[in-house]
Write a protein that binds this ligand. Sequence first.
Ligand code: SF4
Ligand code: SF4
Length: 401
Amino acid sequence: MSGEAAATTTTQRLAPDRELLAAVLASGGEDLRKCMQCATCSAVCELTDASNPGPRKEMLWAQWGLRDRLMGDVDPWLCHQCGDCTLRCPRGARPGDVMAALRRECVIHYATPRAFGRWVNQPRSLVWIALGAAVMLAAAAVAWQASGVAAVELAMAGPRTVFPFWTWLPHWLLGTVFGLLLAFDVVVLVRGARRFWRDLNASAPSPQPSPPDAGRGGGVRGLGASWRAAFRRIVWHEDFGLCAGSHARRTSHLLVVYGMLALWLTSLWVVTARWNPLLEGLVYPLGLWNPWKLLANLAGLSVVLGATLMLVERGERPATAGATRYADGALLGFLLTIVLTGFASELLHFLRVEPLRYAVYAVHLVSVFAFLWVLPYSKLAHVVYRTLALVHAERIGRGQR
Ligand code: SF4
Ligand code: SF4
């Protein structure tokens, strides 16, 4: 038998995932089909690499609806949405928006339940999310009142004294409700993260680590070194410094990220006050000059300033696709509503302005509830997925150059 006759031809049938294609088209990648694979976008992108020419290859895979390749693809998560590629694309195919749409689709793909994730990310769901949060919070308050159980903090004695902001929603009840929501977030995110990590490794298995002096820019790393390198990139937002269009966004992102972290910390401090052995003589509400109150107020200001700078920056950027604009705007809107109603509640509480302080406080609590409820399906889930992608990039030698 001749070699020619022995040769076998393998034909691979591509099965486009129409749901993925429709989702990307609907969620900001509506100009995807204009791409002619000229690779201008790959040439201008500071974050791509010659052997993995993104976002050109993502444009092709998305046109073909290759869900499996795209969901385990690290490159959309290395993109920082600077918009350089969208600006230079000769066909107006908006590759930066397609990368954003792929990240959104990835969060939905790994969410549980996926249908809820898709629903949450539609603009028309926003009003229902707010209504649902209000109804569930009200139901918790009514159920507690009907149960006749005394509020825990009212039973506090001795030097720890807590005056509930609103007797209908005492702190222990809010701590319980928000604690349950946080537990839900952790379960959904951990489940999604495990599946994402598995797919990242399946699409680009980690090679053997190079010697420790392999250095940055191409050297593969062990898992511990990859986590450390990724952590450093996140802490300083180093990648924003690489992208020509992202320098200004670095400051606003850092203000929001660290402001939010400080707000989480102060909330945790107050919620756990009853059991915290480091706290003595607690009286709540805290005085204006209490260090924790000061930290919370400074953190709130940091979030307001950072979010406002982001909104201004987005206004100046070339128009982004509707879905990308909505996802960014919804997160910033939630953050600003939470912090501004928090400040307003604080002021009205100190001035004892009745009954307005309760109305503002109710809006504040409903915003917090809604924020925690949709967190694993929102843009905030990027914290988990992007972190894993950065660790994986370091492992496979695609770390920062
Ligand atoms: S997205 Fe635009 S720049 Fe990139 S390959 Fe397609 S046509 Fe070229
Ligand atoms: S938006 Fe910026 S970082 Fe993202 S692919 Fe385009 S050029 Fe690269």
